[in-house]
Design a protein around this ligand. Sequence first.
Ligand code: UTP
Length: 276
Amino acid sequence: MTKKVKKCLFPAAGYGTRFLPATKAIPKEMLPILTKPLLEYGVSEAVEADINLMAIVTGRGKRAIEDHFDTSYELEHQIQGTSKEELLGDLRELRSKCTFSYTRQIEMKGLGHAILTGEVLIGNAPFAVVLADDLCDNGDDEGVLSQMVKLYDEHQCSIVAVEEVPKEETQKYGVIAGEFIKDDLIRVNDMVEKPSPDEAPSNLAIIGRYILTPDIFDIIRETKPGRGGEIQITDALLEQAKQGRVLAYKFKGKRFDCGSVDGFVEATNYFYEKTK
Ligand code: UTP
């Protein structure tokens, strides 16, 4: 029987050093684009993909994340019946459509390690991964995660979302190579974490959306620290790719790197224009 993607993992334990001092006491994932924190956009995208369990990997100093998706009785009582109540409408609706579970990454040993930390919340089923600092938007059309879940239903293997980046930027990303099986779909046979432009096998960069099959957990357990001394999900995925079990998908939509100041400002301007 084929399994459906019903859970989404949000690794959110990183220090967000590029946003210091803002991220000294506030998690990067809670920085707002207009009035919504980054993480709320990610949860909306997952709900739109018909995923109803949000598994969040947090760390020290990240309690604001749990509070955000909880009820705030005092505040909600205070604004009840006023015009301000509708400002919480979207969040309340979101909360009614999904449940949240949390675990903590005790040591920040990299994205691969954060994903392994989430195993306890995911179990033995395929799952989505959203890095909330990559903010995706596809207007009124299908969101990126929803596009990927459909592809998973068809192919039943791990899928990474990729985007063409300028060659000089490859060292910010995991970069893939492989064979195109459709205009927007590649069977991956190589992937390198943060290669220099000379080492990069292509200019197709992995962005923060993945669908992973659960055997990835055993692979990560065996994965040695790689680039930057961190346990890299790219290195673990390469093991699946060697068996032809990873697809890269050129998604439809826009992506903003909100982990960088430039991308954050660009996203703010884009979403602000949309409100007019
Ligand atoms: P980044 O490297 O973009 O995030 O990791 P960071 O380390 O928080 O940011 P900077 O570079 O210091 O500014 C990508 C994602 O992986 C998570 C981060 O929270 C982010 O969502 N992550 C990374 C973890 O959860 N744990 C880790 O050990 C590393």
